[in-house]
Design a protein around this ligand. Structure first.
Ligand code: FES
Ligand code: FES
Length: 160
């Protein structure tokens, strides 16, 4: 006897039907069942933002969402942004502005910034600071992250 629930998720454009435990978080299903290990998990309490993904276009802390709650949704993870050979504008800017130190927080910041620049392409510097300050960089790399996101905002390039 199993309590698993069948859910349907579209992740980075690919559709999956999965049997998941009722208590499984979206982050765990993305990582453990679908292999999208770019979604990092640390606090599992909604504090750090390392697990940020987009669910139906909204920036979402995947550790706080049960996978069953995401049934029938479209999820975008950091793997959707680019590849090692073809970085997205944000990924390239993070690299060039030295926004990546240990890199553990980077996927969450990239997805949060992707959401922000899609929603508010003209966000001002204060808005950038307020939104990006909701994720934690333990290496205190905020200046580089702010420079990188501001650079893409100012370039007018599509974020993804
Ligand atoms: S692991 Fe989800 S917010 Fe920290
Ligand atoms: S670069 Fe290390 S936690 Fe942000």
């Amino acid at each position: 006897m199993t309590d698993d629930h069948l859910i349907r998720l579209t992740v980075n454009g690919s559709e999956h039907v999965l049997a998941v435990e009722p208590r499984a978080s979206l982050a765990d299903v993305l990582r453990d069942d679908l292999g999208h290990t770019g979604t990092n998990v640390t606090c599992e309490q909604g504090i750090c933002g390392a697990c940020t993904v987009l669910v139906d276009g909204q920036a979402t802390r995947a550790c706080l969402v049960f996978a069953v709650q995401a049934d029938d949704s479209h999820v975008e993870t950091v793997e959707s942004l680019g590849t090692a050979d073809r970085l997205s504008a944000l990924q390239q800017a993070f690299r060039e502005e030295r926004a990546v130190q240990c890199g553990f927080c980077t996927p969450g910041f990239l997805m949060l910034a992707t959401w922000l620049l899609r929603e508010q392409p003209d966000v001002d510097d204060q808005g950038l600071r307020e939104v990006l300050g909701s994720n934690i960089c333990r290496c205190t790399g905020y200046r580089g992250i702010l420079r990188a996101v501001a650079r893409v905002r100012d370039s007018g390039e599509p974020v993804s």
